[in-house]
Write a protein that binds this ligand. Structure first.
Ligand SMILES: [Ca+2]
Ligand SMILES: [Ca+2]
Length: 237
Protein backbone atom coordinates (compact mmCIF):
# COMPACT_ATOMS: atom_id res chain seq x y z
CA UNK A 1 0.00 0.00 0.00
CA UNK A 2 2.61 2.50 0.93
CA UNK A 3 5.68 0.54 0.02
CA UNK A 4 8.20 1.89 -2.36
CA UNK A 5 9.91 -0.60 -4.58
CA UNK A 6 13.48 -0.72 -3.58
CA UNK A 7 16.46 -2.18 -5.34
CA UNK A 8 17.77 -4.10 -2.39
CA UNK A 9 16.33 -5.71 0.65
CA UNK A 10 19.68 -5.78 2.34
CA UNK A 11 19.31 -4.90 5.97
CA UNK A 12 22.04 -3.21 7.91
CA UNK A 13 23.32 -5.21 10.85
CA UNK A 14 21.08 -4.69 13.80
CA UNK A 15 23.54 -2.54 15.58
CA UNK A 16 21.08 -0.15 16.99
CA UNK A 17 21.76 -0.36 20.65
CA UNK A 18 18.78 -0.42 22.92
CA UNK A 19 17.91 3.18 22.60
CA UNK A 20 17.39 5.27 25.60
CA UNK A 21 14.36 7.39 25.22
CA UNK A 22 15.07 10.47 27.20
CA UNK A 23 12.02 11.74 28.85
CA UNK A 24 11.71 15.20 27.52
CA UNK A 25 8.96 15.86 29.96
CA UNK A 26 11.38 17.53 32.32
CA UNK A 27 12.37 19.92 29.58
CA UNK A 28 8.90 20.51 28.28
CA UNK A 29 7.20 20.56 31.63
CA UNK A 30 4.79 17.83 30.69
CA UNK A 31 2.97 16.49 27.71
CA UNK A 32 3.61 18.24 24.47
CA UNK A 33 0.56 18.59 22.35
CA UNK A 34 0.38 19.30 18.65
CA UNK A 35 -0.18 22.90 19.54
CA UNK A 36 2.70 23.38 21.92
CA UNK A 37 5.26 21.18 20.22
CA UNK A 38 5.94 23.77 17.54
CA UNK A 39 7.25 26.18 20.11
CA UNK A 40 9.75 23.74 21.60
CA UNK A 41 12.71 24.23 19.23
CA UNK A 42 12.96 27.92 20.04
CA UNK A 43 14.46 27.05 23.38
CA UNK A 44 16.99 24.74 21.81
CA UNK A 45 18.70 26.99 19.32
CA UNK A 46 21.17 29.65 20.28
CA UNK A 47 20.24 32.28 17.73
CA UNK A 48 16.88 33.82 18.27
CA UNK A 49 16.51 34.83 14.63
CA UNK A 50 17.38 31.33 13.47
CA UNK A 51 14.90 29.79 15.87
CA UNK A 52 12.19 32.18 14.78
CA UNK A 53 12.83 31.20 11.17
CA UNK A 54 12.73 27.54 12.20
CA UNK A 55 9.40 27.90 13.92
CA UNK A 56 7.99 29.80 10.97
CA UNK A 57 9.07 27.03 8.62
CA UNK A 58 7.61 24.39 10.92
CA UNK A 59 4.31 26.24 11.09
CA UNK A 60 4.20 26.64 7.32
CA UNK A 61 4.77 22.91 6.82
CA UNK A 62 2.14 21.98 9.37
CA UNK A 63 -0.42 24.40 7.93
CA UNK A 64 0.10 23.29 4.35
CA UNK A 65 -0.04 19.59 5.32
CA UNK A 66 -3.27 20.13 7.24
CA UNK A 67 -4.73 21.97 4.26
CA UNK A 68 -4.13 18.96 2.02
CA UNK A 69 -6.18 16.70 4.32
CA UNK A 70 -9.22 18.75 3.33
CA UNK A 71 -8.42 19.45 -0.32
CA UNK A 72 -10.57 17.27 -2.50
CA UNK A 73 -10.13 15.76 -5.04
CA UNK A 74 -6.36 16.20 -5.07
CA UNK A 75 -5.96 14.35 -1.76
CA UNK A 76 -7.32 11.00 -3.01
CA UNK A 77 -5.56 8.79 -5.51
CA UNK A 78 -7.29 7.15 -8.43
CA UNK A 79 -6.77 3.62 -9.76
CA UNK A 80 -3.14 2.67 -10.32
CA UNK A 81 -1.65 5.13 -7.85
CA UNK A 82 -2.61 8.03 -10.13
CA UNK A 83 -2.25 11.12 -7.99
CA UNK A 84 -1.93 14.87 -7.95
CA UNK A 85 1.30 15.19 -5.97
CA UNK A 86 3.49 13.26 -8.40
CA UNK A 87 2.40 15.78 -11.04
CA UNK A 88 3.38 18.86 -9.08
CA UNK A 89 5.99 17.86 -6.49
CA UNK A 90 9.03 18.24 -8.64
CA UNK A 91 10.61 19.19 -11.89
CA UNK A 92 11.26 16.88 -13.73
CA UNK A 93 7.97 15.28 -12.82
CA UNK A 94 7.74 12.13 -10.78
CA UNK A 95 6.54 8.77 -12.13
CA UNK A 96 4.65 8.40 -15.39
CA UNK A 97 1.42 9.47 -17.02
CA UNK A 98 0.42 5.82 -17.52
CA UNK A 99 -3.35 5.55 -17.62
CA UNK A 100 -3.88 8.53 -15.36
CA UNK A 101 -6.53 11.08 -16.19
CA UNK A 102 -6.45 14.83 -16.26
CA UNK A 103 -8.17 16.44 -13.32
CA UNK A 104 -9.13 20.08 -13.66
CA UNK A 105 -6.76 20.38 -16.63
CA UNK A 106 -3.80 18.89 -14.75
CA UNK A 107 -2.37 15.58 -15.95
CA UNK A 108 -2.10 13.31 -12.91
CA UNK A 109 0.74 10.79 -12.73
CA UNK A 110 1.30 7.32 -11.32
CA UNK A 111 3.87 6.52 -8.66
CA UNK A 112 4.20 5.43 -5.06
CA UNK A 113 3.64 8.94 -3.92
CA UNK A 114 4.25 9.17 -0.16
CA UNK A 115 7.56 10.99 -0.73
CA UNK A 116 6.08 13.18 -3.47
CA UNK A 117 3.50 14.37 -0.95
CA UNK A 118 6.20 15.33 1.58
CA UNK A 119 8.28 16.98 -1.15
CA UNK A 120 5.28 19.02 -2.27
CA UNK A 121 4.53 20.23 1.25
CA UNK A 122 8.14 20.97 2.16
CA UNK A 123 8.90 22.69 -1.15
CA UNK A 124 5.82 24.90 -1.04
CA UNK A 125 6.47 25.79 2.60
CA UNK A 126 9.96 27.08 1.83
CA UNK A 127 11.97 24.02 2.90
CA UNK A 128 14.83 22.52 0.92
CA UNK A 129 14.03 19.44 -1.17
CA UNK A 130 17.01 19.33 -3.53
CA UNK A 131 18.27 15.79 -4.22
CA UNK A 132 15.10 14.13 -2.94
CA UNK A 133 13.11 11.88 -5.27
CA UNK A 134 10.05 9.62 -5.15
CA UNK A 135 11.80 7.11 -2.86
CA UNK A 136 11.08 7.70 0.81
CA UNK A 137 14.72 6.86 1.57
CA UNK A 138 15.87 9.77 -0.59
CA UNK A 139 15.20 12.03 2.38
CA UNK A 140 17.87 10.09 4.26
CA UNK A 141 20.26 10.14 1.30
CA UNK A 142 19.74 13.89 0.85
CA UNK A 143 19.76 14.60 4.59
CA UNK A 144 22.87 16.77 4.58
CA UNK A 145 21.64 19.09 1.85
CA UNK A 146 18.02 19.39 3.01
CA UNK A 147 18.19 19.36 6.78
CA UNK A 148 19.33 17.38 9.78
CA UNK A 149 19.08 13.64 10.36
CA UNK A 150 17.99 12.25 13.73
CA UNK A 151 17.85 8.52 14.39
CA UNK A 152 14.92 7.35 16.46
CA UNK A 153 15.91 7.21 20.11
CA UNK A 154 16.58 10.15 22.32
CA UNK A 155 15.52 12.63 19.64
CA UNK A 156 12.29 14.49 20.38
CA UNK A 157 10.34 14.66 17.12
CA UNK A 158 9.44 18.18 16.00
CA UNK A 159 6.58 19.63 14.02
CA UNK A 160 7.48 19.73 10.34
CA UNK A 161 9.96 16.84 10.50
CA UNK A 162 9.79 14.13 7.88
CA UNK A 163 9.39 10.76 9.64
CA UNK A 164 10.83 7.69 7.92
CA UNK A 165 9.40 4.18 8.43
CA UNK A 166 10.59 0.67 7.68
CA UNK A 167 7.72 -1.82 7.80
CA UNK A 168 9.37 -5.15 7.18
CA UNK A 169 11.87 -7.04 9.28
CA UNK A 170 12.31 -7.12 13.03
CA UNK A 171 13.98 -3.85 13.84
CA UNK A 172 13.20 -0.85 11.66
CA UNK A 173 16.38 -0.01 9.84
CA UNK A 174 17.78 2.20 7.13
CA UNK A 175 19.32 -0.73 5.33
CA UNK A 176 22.11 0.24 2.98
CA UNK A 177 22.06 4.00 2.55
CA UNK A 178 18.36 4.27 3.38
CA UNK A 179 17.11 1.72 0.84
CA UNK A 180 15.16 -0.20 3.47
CA UNK A 181 12.93 2.79 4.17
CA UNK A 182 9.37 2.08 2.98
CA UNK A 183 7.30 5.11 3.80
CA UNK A 184 7.48 8.74 4.88
CA UNK A 185 5.17 11.27 6.50
CA UNK A 186 5.16 14.68 8.19
CA UNK A 187 5.12 15.16 11.96
CA UNK A 188 2.51 17.64 13.15
CA UNK A 189 2.49 16.75 16.84
CA UNK A 190 4.13 14.59 19.47
CA UNK A 191 3.11 13.40 22.92
CA UNK A 192 6.31 12.64 24.80
CA UNK A 193 4.51 10.60 27.46
CA UNK A 194 2.74 8.16 25.17
CA UNK A 195 5.28 8.57 22.33
CA UNK A 196 2.34 9.06 20.00
CA UNK A 197 3.14 10.94 16.84
CA UNK A 198 0.46 12.81 14.98
CA UNK A 199 1.38 12.73 11.32
CA UNK A 200 -0.01 13.68 7.96
CA UNK A 201 0.90 11.28 5.17
CA UNK A 202 0.13 10.66 1.53
CA UNK A 203 -0.47 7.29 -0.17
CA UNK A 204 -1.86 5.91 3.05
CA UNK A 205 -5.25 4.79 4.28
CA UNK A 206 -7.62 6.24 6.79
CA UNK A 207 -6.80 4.55 10.08
CA UNK A 208 -8.67 1.24 10.40
CA UNK A 209 -10.54 1.90 7.18
CA UNK A 210 -8.55 0.50 4.30
CA UNK A 211 -10.54 2.49 1.75
CA UNK A 212 -9.21 4.72 -1.00
CA UNK A 213 -5.65 5.77 -0.34
CA UNK A 214 -4.95 9.43 0.04
CA UNK A 215 -3.74 12.13 2.40
CA UNK A 216 -4.77 11.42 5.98
CA UNK A 217 -3.86 12.39 9.50
CA UNK A 218 -2.51 9.32 11.29
CA UNK A 219 -1.37 8.37 14.76
CA UNK A 220 1.96 6.56 14.76
CA UNK A 221 4.42 5.76 17.54
CA UNK A 222 7.95 6.99 17.98
CA UNK A 223 9.12 3.50 18.84
CA UNK A 224 10.66 0.45 17.26
CA UNK A 225 7.20 -1.16 17.29
CA UNK A 226 5.92 1.91 15.46
CA UNK A 227 8.41 1.14 12.69
CA UNK A 228 10.05 4.55 12.95
CA UNK A 229 13.63 4.66 11.69
CA UNK A 230 14.28 8.35 12.20
CA UNK A 231 13.56 11.91 11.18
CA UNK A 232 14.83 14.65 8.92
CA UNK A 233 14.32 18.16 10.26
CA UNK A 234 13.77 20.71 7.49
CA UNK A 235 15.92 23.71 6.62
CA UNK A 236 14.81 26.89 4.97
CA UNK A 237 15.61 27.36 1.29
CA1 LIG B 1 -1.62 4.03 -3.43
CA1 LIG C 1 11.83 -2.02 4.33
Amino acid sequence: MTGITKPSKAKAPARRAATTLLLITALAGGTLTAQTASAAPAAQTSSSSASAAGVTLQKAIKNLAQKQVKMSPRNREMAGNCNYYSAVATDPKSGEVGKCKKVGGLQWRTNNWCADFVRYVWKNSGARTKNTDAFAGSFYRARNSIGTWHARGSYHPKVGDAVLYDWDGGTPSLGTNGWDVDHIGIVIGYNSKTKALTTIEGNTTKSGNGGTEGVYQRTRYNTKAGDVVGYVSPKKK
